[in-house]
Design a protein around this ligand. Structure first.
Ligand SMILES: Cc1cc2nc3c(=O)[nH]c(=O)nc-3n(C[C@H](O)[C@H](O)[C@H](O)COP(=O)(O)OP(=O)(O)OC[C@H]3O[C@@H](n4cnc5c(N)ncnc54)[C@H](O)[C@@H]3O)c2cc1C
Length: 382
């Protein structure tokens, strides 16, 4: 990847994240995934390094860096373990980010320093059992009661949900449709039930749960942003979050390339290493070229965000492309390793299972295409 596109600070952050991920995560990733263990202590260590609040200003406990730095961090963590990087992506991109965008000074001061150190973890609760891509169909309700809000309903697939203490929660305060939704900062309490971990194809070091609310009381001061502007905040948050997921996809793709190169150089067939076969070389070359392109798209979207420019379309393009590259790269790695690619003895099969999620969460690839097409065609696409 052209290092010339990065500043000295970016390269320092990248090196820090790389060294941390290779020393503290990579050696344990296989065992953690097999045990479905969430590495909370390691996540907290990342807090000490500022990696849980990369773009949060220093006076609020963060590292005071930019979206490009966050991409570099998430890519390096994902290269070591995708599930761990999901927790980092959510804490930074889906929890700290809407707090920075819409939180008042009091809310920011109350939560951001604790999120930054990893004293607490946050979750982003938008999706419901019957409302995923169609976010405006969400039904969780918030009604005014006792000077605050009483929340009832259910959320599904909530990352970090099993151990989070702060939930950026979207609920309906008005009529149907997008304008009836508001955002809240919710904590656990009576009427808040966290479901069991949802068994999944991959991402086994990431917590994914359903949540249910039955009259959960949230103080009036915990509304995040203006009433009726919750969905706008949710979607603006995802505009940034998608860039981070594109970076995660690049990290998974890089890990797949790494294992394919290592294996191809040492596996002997027909009298020499399989690396000498074009059938091994060409898929690797194709993926390596696409991975550079995915990084450029990702860093372009991050650079637009850092410049305060619109970045929704660029982020959608980056996520659409990078997630597809991650899936292709993992497939290439499994094929390069042959039977060992299919075996849990090597990490290629984990990359294969983990890569797929990047085409689904924070908007499926179909939804990224919709965002891009609407950006191109305007109202005539609706
Ligand atoms: C491991 C994991 C972690 C997650 N973490 C979180 C989280 O932390 N917080 C959170 O809020 N959510 C989270 N999600 C939810 C995730 O964002 C949704 O699953 C995703 O947005 C898709 O929604 P859905 O599953 O309801 O699928 P649906 O919306 O039901 O879509 C089903 C299929 O229909 C397609 N489709 C739907 N609408 C259209 C359309 N208009 N045009 C073309 N195709 C369409 C979709 O692309 C998909 O292929 C997570 C999901 C998973 C699996």
């Amino acid at each position: 990847m052209p290092a010339t596109l990065l500043t000295d600070t970016h390269r320092e952050v990248q090196a820090l994240a790389h060294e941390f991920a290779q020393a503290e995560i990579a050696p344990h990733a296989a065992a953690w995934n097999e045990a479905h263990a969430i590495p909370l202590e390691v996540l907290r260590k990342m807090g000490e390094l500022g990696l849980l609040a990369v773009v949060v200003p220093e006076d609020l406990g963060g590292a005071g860096l930019d979206a490009t730095s966050l991409c570099l961090v998430v890519e390096e963590i994902a290269r070591a373990d995708a599930g761990t990087s999901t927790a980092v992506a959510v804490q930074n991109g889906l929890v700290a980010s809407p707090l920075l965008r819409a939180g008042n000074r009091e809310q920011q001061a109350a939560w951001l320093p604790r999120l930054a150190t990893g004293e607490i973890f946050g979750a982003y609760a938008l999706t419901e059992p019957d409302a995923g891509s169609d976010t405006a169909a969400l039904r969780t309700s918030a009604t005014e009661r006792d000077g605050g809000w009483s929340i009832s309903g259910a959320k599904q697939w909530i990352t970090n949900g099993g151990f989070a203490e702060l939930y950026v929660l979207f609920a309906r305060t008005g009529g149907p449709g997008a304008r009836g939704v508001s955002a809240f900062l919710a904590e656990r309490g009576p009427g808040f039930e966290v479901g069991p971990e949802i068994p999944k194809m991959g991402l086994h070091t990431s917590s994914t749960v359903g949540l249910s609310f039955d009259g959960l009381q949230v103080p009036a001061g915990n509304m995040l942003g203006n009433p009726g502007e919750g969905l706008k905040l949710a979607l603006a948050t995802l505009d940034g979050g998608r860039i981070t997921i594109a970076a995660q996809a690049c990290g998974i793709a890089q890990a797949a390339v790494d294992v394919a190169i290592d294996y191809a150089g040492t596996r002997v067939a027909f009298g020499g290493p399989i690396a000498r076969f074009q059938g091994i070389q060409f898929p690797l070359a194709d993926v390596a070229a696409k991975l550079d392109a995915a990084r450029l798209l990702t860093r372009h979207a991050a650079a637009l965000r850092d410049a305060g420019e619109p970045h929704g379309l660029a982020g959608a393009k980056a996520k659409l492309f990078a997630s597809s590259v991650a899936v292709q790269a993992a497939d290439m790695a499994v094929q390069t390793l042959g039977g060992y690619g299919y075996s849990a003895e090597y990490p290629a099969e984990r990359y294969y299972r983990d890569a797929k999620i990047t085409e689904i969460y924070e908007g499926t690839s179909e939804i990224q295409r919709l965002v891009i097409a609407r950006g191109l065609l305007g109202d005539s696409a609706r």
